[in-house]
Design a protein around this ligand. Structure first.
Ligand code: TYM
Length: 332
């Protein structure tokens, strides 16, 4: 990664942020903002593809901005903004739509999943979701995109759209790539051993950054376990692996090592392990929740932050759009 590489990422305001958003995305944002030119936004336009009712949108946008700040984003370092405040996004999205083929869009995993979940609203925005995401990223000519594992395919599509654009109109955009400190992209599993933590599905098995101490304890203690291994060094079933993975995110290394050995020696007590996980989780989440709660209700502050972020994002976007229009011959 070059010295002043450009970094861009986004989060949809479709529900409460959770541990997956933190470890897949925000933890990386906080580190990257120290060294790189960062653009982090709330993807309110993307939210419209699945949440057409906008009555709670403003509140959700505010909450995501507040939670980003509570997790450590410094709005004076990174541009923290709202997607719809940067109108250039919509223009670039339109141009990129002419380069995206129906076949590849229909094959996208997230499209197929969402079409299955909302069969009565398979709208064109859902289909072209990865095109809009590409516009967000390349609008700043970003090269690094800190995201969780579930976004890998969208990034691959972004590279394809960029290659196609550059091939047709000339080299305007660098190719963006998904980014994580430490090599692999992260997937934070749900507490019930099926799938991942999510804003809108699997809520009882997802730990939200806004959960109370009691909710956290309750959810962790309910996580599925069994009677424990009956032979030394048995491979872990998925749901046990998940608990270990969560432990390794929030607990000290020695604590994790102790439970690993106990597992391998068949002396593990899952009740104790979950109590430990619950307390470490509370210790991790409580300060974020409290800080976000303070910021969330300060609407004047939030508006100021969003405007400051949007100004930085627009300045960057306008430069790119000049290059785009001229490369495309739309500069008459
Ligand atoms: P979204 O809102 O679903 O999720 C925001 C970020 O959190 C990560 N994430 C996870 N990481 C690990 N484990 C999990 N269980 C987990 N759940 C969510 C996601 O990978 C993501 O990084 N399409 C994007 C939003 C977006 C965007 C962009 C991202 C719009 N424009 C431009 C990057 C660049 C999305 O729906 O994220």
């Amino acid at each position: 990664m070059g010295e002043r590489a450009i970094v861009m990422s986004g989060i949809r305001p479709t529900g409460y942020l959770h541990l997956g958003n933190y470890f897949g995305a925000m933890r990386n944002y906080v580190r990257l903002q120290e060294t790189y030119t960062c653009f982090f936004m709330v993807a309110d336009l993307h939210a419209l593809t699945t949440h057409p009712d906008t009555s709670a949108l403003k509140e959700n946008v505010h909450r995501v901005i507040a939670e980003n700040i509570a997790c450590g984003i410094d709005p004076d370092k990174a541009a923290l903004y709202c997607q719809s405040h940067v109108r250039e996004t919509s223009e670039l999205y339109l141009y990129l739509n002419m380069l995206a083929y129906l076949g590849e869009l229909e094959k996208t995993t997230t499209f197929k999943e969402k079409a299955r979940l909302q069969p009565d609203n398979v709208n064109a925005g859902l289909l072209t979701y990865p095109v809009l995401q590409t516009a967000d990223i390349i609008l700043h000519r970003a090269t690094w995109v800190p995201v969780g594992k579930d976004q890998e395919q969208h990034l691959e599509m972004a590279r394809n759209f960029v290659k196609r654009f550059n091939h047709r109109y000339g080299e305007v955009f660098p190719e963006p790539a998904a980014y994580n400190f430490g090599d692999d992209l992260v997937k934070v599993p749900s507490l019930d051993g099926t799938g991942k933590m999510s804003k809108s599905e699997n809520q009882l098995a997802t730990l939200y950054l806004a959960d109370s101490d009691e909710q956290i304890r309750k959810k962790v203690m309910k996580a599925k376990t069994d009677a424990g291994p009956s032979a030394p060094n048995t491979p872990k079933p998925d749901y046990i692996e998940n608990i270990f993975q969560l432990l390794s995110l929030v607990s000290d290394k020695e604590v994790v090592a102790t439970y690993e050995s106990a597992y391998n020696e068949c002396s593990i007590r899952y009740g104790d392990m979950k109590k430990q996980l619950a307390e470490d989780m509370v210790r991790f989440i409580a300060p974020i929740r409290e800080k976000a709660e303070q910021i969330r209700t300060d609407h004047a502050y939030l508006s100021r932050i969003m405007e400051q972020g949007a100004e930085k994002a627009r300045a960057s976007a306008q430069k790119t759009m000049d290059l785009v229009r001229s490369a495309m011959g739309l500069d008459y």
